[in-house]
Write a protein that binds this ligand. Sequence first.
Ligand code: FES
Length: 80
Amino acid sequence: MAHVIKVCMGSSCFARGNSKNLQIIQNYIEQKGLDAQIELTGLRCCNRCSMGPNITIDDEEFNNLDQGSVLDILEHKFNK
Ligand code: FES
């Protein structure tokens, strides 16, 4: 797998937006046909709840994500 996206599924991140963000990422991967290149996985709380919702892409961490910023990051990283 070329890339790994990890979405924090801890209760704080999940309640504050990662349930939606996960959906957005899944849709993006599907629409762009990237499922062979991107592994999408969940993550337990990494004790950075105050900065959440958090995700990591290839071990780079992104914080305070909402739907718009998630899409921006995906476009920036994968729309090449
Ligand atoms: S719930 Fe995501 S860092 Fe704690």
